[in-house]
Design a binder for this molecule. Structure first.
Ligand SMILES: NC(=O)c1ccc[n+]([C@@H]2O[C@H](COP(=O)([O-])OP(=O)(O)OC[C@H]3O[C@@H](n4cnc5c(N)ncnc54)[C@H](OP(=O)(O)O)[C@@H]3O)[C@@H](O)[C@H]2O)c1
Length: 372
């Protein structure tokens, strides 16, 4: 630099090149089992998620691209129609990828559920994926009024002990019900919950007192959080900055889900305030709004990974930039005014309100519909 020139303010180094596989941060969920801190979410590939059909060969090619870039773990579920089979095809060509599935017994099946039913669903996941052992099975239960979740979790654990499952997880439980399952001796290593700038319920839980917050409970019991909704289905991105509230019908089920969360957050105008703040933080780091939103979740204590929905590999390069920067104290201070927004109560409580707005968009009996 010419010494006579006035000094310019230092520009933040833009992480031009996305991280390669070696730069992808990983976290151990259990001894010898580590996952990338971005897990690729497969709900976006399920039949019925969006109006257009999926091209299975193209989907597998795109998932392989994610895996080759270091995003080697995929999330799916027994109820994500067609996705376990797609991931089975991926496993044929990339046998080292890790697949996390779910066990989500149908609401109608809960009163009569038995050991045989659990075994049947697990065997079907093994068959669809073409493997002898499932890496991680995350257990969900639609209705606490049907009090058979502990028994069912124990039957699931029998499947683990029989060698069909490596690790057990849970999804969408609140603290008291997860505590019952843990107290029964079921070794839960991960809990998949919605956790984002729009939804901070895992760190709240006013009705249970601070000592029972999900984050605290999980930390105490060595359970890692796997966060979904990190990008609010794509709403938390540059695409929606300074844009009007989209007019229904929205393009996919994820957007429908998170548009309701934006209402819980305070509505479209408050959401735009958040996006504006995120845009300023993003520009300080030379990254995207989505990167800041993902980074925020990854920096919460107790979060092992963010499950970011991946319809294809289109956002791959951008998402890898998450591993190239950290939020500064001043960034977090800018986000403080939004800390109290979002749905109240414990994890998934709003979604469990009978006949509530969130419940109205759910599909409770998908296993029956997808019984291949
Ligand atoms: N346990 C549960 O109850 C539950 C519930 C929901 C989801 N999940 C899991 O979590 C996964 C994540 O899904 P989600 O519905 O919560 O959605 P999300 O991860 O919050 O958002 C995913 C969407 O954001 C967009 N996106 C991704 N990266 C981006 C980037 N860098 N910049 C801009 N946009 C980007 C993509 O949409 P476009 O392709 O349209 O651009 C993508 O489909 C699911 O696939 C599923 O595995 C679990």
């Amino acid at each position: 630099m010419n010494r006579s020139e006035p000094a310019k303010p230092a520009k933040p180094a833009k992480p031009e090149d996305p991280a390669g596989p070696e730069e992808v941060d990983r976290r151990e969920l259990a001894p010898g089992y580590a996952v990338p801190r971005i897990i690729s979410g497969g709900w976006q590939l399920s039949q019925g998620h969006r109006r257009t059909a999926i091209d299975p060969d193209a989907a597998v090619r795109q998932m392989r691209q994610l895996a080759n870039a270091g995003l080697t773990t995929f999330d799916c579920g027994d109820i994500y129609a067609g996705v376990e089979a797609l991931l089975g095809k991926l496993l044929e060509i990339s046998p080292d990828v890790q697949v996390h599935t779910k066990f989500v017994p149908d609401q109608d099946a809960l009163p009569g559920i038995d050991r045989k039913h659990v075994e049947g669903i697990i065997d079907r996941s093994l068959r669809r994926l073409g493997v002898e052992r499932l890496d991680l099975v995350q257990f969900a239960w639609w209705d606490y009024e049907v009090p058979r979740y502990v028994e069912t979790a124990v039957w699931l654990d029998e499947q683990r002990r029989a060698g069909k499952i490596r690790l057990l997880g849970a999804t969408n439980f609140d603290v008291p019900h997860l505590a019952e399952i843990v107290a029964a001796g079921v070794p839960i290593v991960a809990h998949q919950v919605q956790y984002s700038l729009l939804d901070r319920r895992p760190e709240r839980g006013p009705e249970h007192g601070p000592e029972q917050r999900m984050l605290g409970f999980c930390r105490e019991h060595g359970i890692h959080l796997l966060a979904y909704g990190t990008l609010g289905g794509g709403f938390l991105s540059d695409r929606h900055l300074d844009r009007p509230d989209p007019v229904p019908p929205l393009a996919n089920r994820s957007l429908v889900k998170y548009r309701l969360m934006i209402d819980e957050f305070g509505g479209w105008s408050r959401f735009q305030d958040l996006l504006g703040t995120l845009a300023r933080i993003a520009s300080r780091h030379g990254v995207s709004i989505a990167n800041v939103a993902t980074r925020w979740t990854l920096e919460r204590a107790g979060v092992a990974a963010a499950i970011v929905g991946a319809f294809d590999a289109g956002h791959l390069d951008d998402n890898l930039r998450v591993f190239g920067f950290e939020l500064a104290k001043e960034d977090l201070e800018c986000l403080e005014p939004f800390a109290d927004a979002g749905p109240p109560g414990d994890v998934y409580a709003a979604e469990r309100v009978p006949d509530g707005r969130h419940a109205a968009i759910m599909k409770y009996n998908l296993n029956r519909e997808a019984s291949d």
